[in-house]
Every structure is written in structure tokens, then in C-alpha cells.
Design a protein around this ligand. Sequence first.
Ligand code: SAH
Ligand code: SF4
Ligand code: F3S
Length: 475
Amino acid sequence: MDKLARNKEDIEETNIQYEYINKLKNIIKSKSDSLNRPLTYNVTTFGCQMNARDSEKLVGILEEIGYIPSKDENADFVIYNTCTVRENANNKVYGRLGYLHSLKKKNPDMIIALCGCMMQEEVVINKLKESYRFVNLIFGTHNIFKFPELLYNTFKSDDMIIDIWEDTNRIVEKLPVSRKYSFKSGVNIMFGCNNFCSYCIVPYVRGRERSRKPEEIIDEIKHLVDDGVKEVMLLGQNVNSYGKGLEDNINFAKLLQKVDDIKGLERIRFMTSHPKDLSDELIEVMANSKNVCNHLHLPLQSGSSRILAKMNRHYDKETYLNLVKKIRNKMPDIALTTDIIVGFPGETEEDFLETMDVVRQVEFDSAFTFIYSKRTGTPAAAMDNQIPEDIIKERFNRLLEEVQQISRRKAKNYTGSLQSVLVENVNSQDATLVSGRMSNNSIVHFPGDDNLIGKIVNVKLSECKGFYYIGELHE
Ligand code: SAH
Ligand code: SF4
Ligand code: F3S
């Protein structure tokens, strides 16, 4: 890999953070010597796959400096990696902070840290400063690579440390990461979002879109494969605009082709695809690929062209339906999933029926349905005609009913078929079963033990239980 191709300042940053990691190792060692026990950490992740991946980076550093995992929040270092995409995500964090305070009263040396998307909001920081003084460290999404330095500063100071950046163009590579699963991993291909859908807070808290260099991504995936990873999920808020702003002649379709060519990698997923940028070239690469999974998540948000325009989505009902046709034309049995928002400002019964119509026409394999949540600072929050809660609830229930009925019907069609399954874990409710994921992202439970974890095996789906299956191993 051409290391010189990376920004010199960013390469130096990696070294600077490693120096802090070394200093922290000494601090943790002497603390643990004096306590005569290891120090423990607990990381809680809210929100999306991006946050999950960021948490693996935090854990990587914590383990590198000598912390060991704790099964609960009764730990020496506790961090919440927060999400703010909807209001209820926010409320959860405040609720749990109260509980952390009670734990800290029993263990005054406990360090409480907060990071992630919610911390990028000024109102949140003001509230924390005023009423949550027991929090030791607060940082945001743009400076997560400074975690070692910030943690070092926390040990050296009695004050609450707050470091929030408004934006960044920096991408700092090669810091420690500790994966939650040995056999699968998320891989960031880009950060931030430039789409400014009018309801969405993500562009404000994750900053401008920037892509990682293809050679950094490929290099990371090759290392993951050497380390036993079979499945990667390429992560970006809109993977279809990958590569913009890079000097290389690259786009998402070309990157996906390169990833598909990596020897030893068995499965590729990606998240999320914005319909406005999904190219014919990408459909072609997916259809001809060896390892890209038989699943596409294609957020619809609304089926009404009028609402889609107000949402700033840059496609209409017809374009979406045509896109689905084009995709199914090349990949007839691909599983399609989606996100839908109910109750966007000004949504009429007619608009809602357009959404129901698209749901019926496309027959999504599954759909995440969300009640519109007003996010301060977004254009939609200032729009007239916010929809009353009872109307939203009633529409939401109708949509959920329809979506679930279709999902169940579609899932049934696979009963009796043989599927290749990546085994993920022993079933939490029944230890005689293991659970795995099919290429189309459905879950199947079948008799087996932990020797199967991380293996790709053939499973016969004997029974459909609505949204998941019971199966049996096919030797
Ligand atoms: N970048 C991805 C989605 C990120 S957020 C994309 O464009 O598809 C995940 C989902 O949360 C979105 O698809 C949307 O359906 C939902 N969402 C975002 N903002 C929301 C809001 N203010 N209220 C309700 N749902 C919202
Ligand atoms: Fe939000 Fe739209 Fe960006 Fe997705 S594409 S993160 S919905 S602004
Ligand atoms: Fe939430 Fe941030 Fe992801 S707001 S959905 S964690 S990008």
C-alpha cells in the first residue's frame, strides 16, 4: 500500500495517539497494581452500524491499554456511544445516566464518558454541563480518533473534559480495533452525509461526506480475512456516492468489484444505498458478483412523490418503482428491505395511501417503520402542518400490519429450501440451538453447538415462524 498517499498530518496523528496509548498503559498498570485487581470497562452502543463500528474502535483502545471487559455497567470505565436520529434515542441516554450516577457514588474512581452523535448537539452539551456534572469526559463524532489523548487528559484532570468539533475533513487510520464478532466485521468506506434529507439530523452530527481511499479499505479487508473474517459490511450513510472527492477513478460499483475480488472473503453486505444514486453499473456488479449477498436495503421513506420532494430525497414514486423493477430484472430473487417514515409534516391520508401502495407493489421482505421525530435544526422541524400524534399512530399501525403480513407471506416461500448460513451465536433462549444468517439476511435457528460459530453451513429451512425459521443442518 502507498502510505505516502495518506495525508501526512493524519499519519502523524496515528503516531501521536499511539504515544498516548503507551502512557495510558502505565497509568492503568499502576492503578490496577494498587487496587490489586484489573480495571474493567463497559461500552454501550446506541444507534446504527456506524456507531457499532466506532464502539469497536473504543474497545480496541481500552483493551490495548489494559482494561478488561465487565459484563455490566458496574465498571471502572463506562462509556455511552450515543445516537440522536430520533428523540426517543436521546431520552434513553438521560434515563440511564441517572443509574450510572448511583453506581459512581459507590465507586468514586469510576470514569463516565459520553460520545457519539448526540454529543454534537449544543442543547445536549448545555444540559450535561448543567445537570450531569458527574460525567468525566464528553467528545463527539469528529474527534473519536483522539480517544487515547482525551482519556489521558481525563486521568490528569479533575474537571469535566468536553471536546466537540464542528466538523472535520480528517480520516485517521490504523488505530487499534477489537471486533465484537471474530467472523464478521463492519468496514467504514465513508463518513458523514451531504444529502440533507429535510427530516434528518445525521448530516449535522456526522459532518460532510468524505471517502476513505480504496487502497486503505482493501488493505483493511485483506487483514480482516487473514484474521478469520468471512463477512464484511461496507458502511456509509450513502454508499452510492462513495469516491466523490477522491483523486482515484473510483465509485461504489468499482469498489464493490474490488472487494468481490478479494480471495478468502465469502460474503459482502453494504449499508445504506440511497435510491437517487443507485447506478446501473452497481446493479451489474451485484448481479455478476461471487460474494455480494442476496439482499439490498433501499430506504423508501415515503411513497408519495409530493412528500418525497419535501423530504429532499431527489426521487419520486415512479422512479423508485422503476428502480426496483430494474434490480429485480437482473436479480429476481433478491431480498429487498426498506425504511419508512410515517407522519412527516403535511402528510395527508392520500400521501399515506401512496406509501401503502408502494409497500404492496414492491412487497418488501422486511421494512423498518418509524414515526416521524422532530429534530431541532432540521428544515422539517420548522415546517407547518406537523401531524397530530393520534393520526400518526393510526397510520403507523395500518402500515405495520401491512408490512408484517407481506413479510410473513414472503418468508413462507422459502420453507423447505436449502440455504447457506453463517452461524453467529448459540441461541440465547435455547442452548441446544445455534442462530445464523442467510445470504438474504433472514435468521434461522437450528440444532448445533458453539463449534459451528463462524462457519458457513448448509441448512434446510423446515419451518417458518413468521420472521425467522427453524431449520436443520444439512451435512
Ligand atoms: N443514511 C441512511 C439512513 C440513516 S438513518 C439512509 O439515507 O437511508 C436510518 C433511518 O432513520 C432513515 O432511513 C429514516 O427512515 C429514519 N429517520 C431518520 N431521521 C428520522 C426522523 N427525524 N424521524 C423518524 N425517522 C427518521
Ligand atoms: Fe439522513 Fe438522508 Fe443522509 Fe440518510 S441520506 S443520513 S436519511 S440525510
Ligand atoms: Fe444515530 Fe448517529 Fe447512526 S444519529 S443512526 S448513531 S449516524
